[in-house]
Design a protein. Structure first.
Ligand code: FES
Length: 167
């Protein structure tokens, strides 16, 4: 077993884990943060996307022990405690989901993607995104979100929600 410490959604957590445990399983099974979903478990669907120090990763491909000392944000941590994150609200307005299984990964990925494009410091994942710092076409949004699959095909709503927040 290896002891690691991670700041998860602003809370410092200590975990004793076998080295083979993925970050996804550490979050879901050891910390009870089941908002992050397991789809393919092999890096193909994006359902498991979380933010590490503000950058999006597929947590199923990451070993938890690699992230000792890092700051992890899951879907449970993107709101500010009183209000939903702007992307969460926009997904509701635009019907950016049907079954909802991919939604937490879609939203975490979109937060990371927009941060990559000038929406402020990558670690500021819960800040409202600035309206005048990003210009992305729908095609660019689709390309940059191509790692997140939606089996229901709710892509028009997903792109619409991201466009609203980014423009
Ligand atoms: Fe990680 Fe599909 S569960 S990419």
């Amino acid at each position: 077993m290896v002891e690691i410490r991670m700041r998860v959604n602003g809370v410092m957590e200590s975990l004793d884990l076998e080295p083979r445990v993925s970050l996804l399983d550490a979050l879901r099974e050891h910390l009870g943060l089941t908002g992050t979903k397991k789809g393919c478990d092999q890096g193909a669907c994006g359902a498991c996307t979380v933010l590490v120090d503000g950058e999006r990763i597929n947590s199923c491909l990451a070993l938890a022990v690699q992230y000792d000392g890092r700051a992890i944000t899951t879907i449970e941590g993107v709101a500010d405690g009183e209000h939903t994150h702007p992307l969460q609200s926009a997904f509701v307005r635009h019907d950016g989901f049907q079954c909802g299984y991919c939604t937490s990964g879609q939203i975490c990925s979109a937060i990371g993607m927009l941060a990559e494009h000038g929406a402020g410091a990558p670690s500021a994942v819960t800040e409202h995104l600035s309206a005048d710092t990003i210009e992305l076409s729908d095609a660019e949004i689709r390309e940059r979100m191509s790692g997140n699959l939606c089996r229901c095909g709710a892509y028009n709503g997903i792109v619409g929600a991201i466009r609203e927040v980014a423009s």
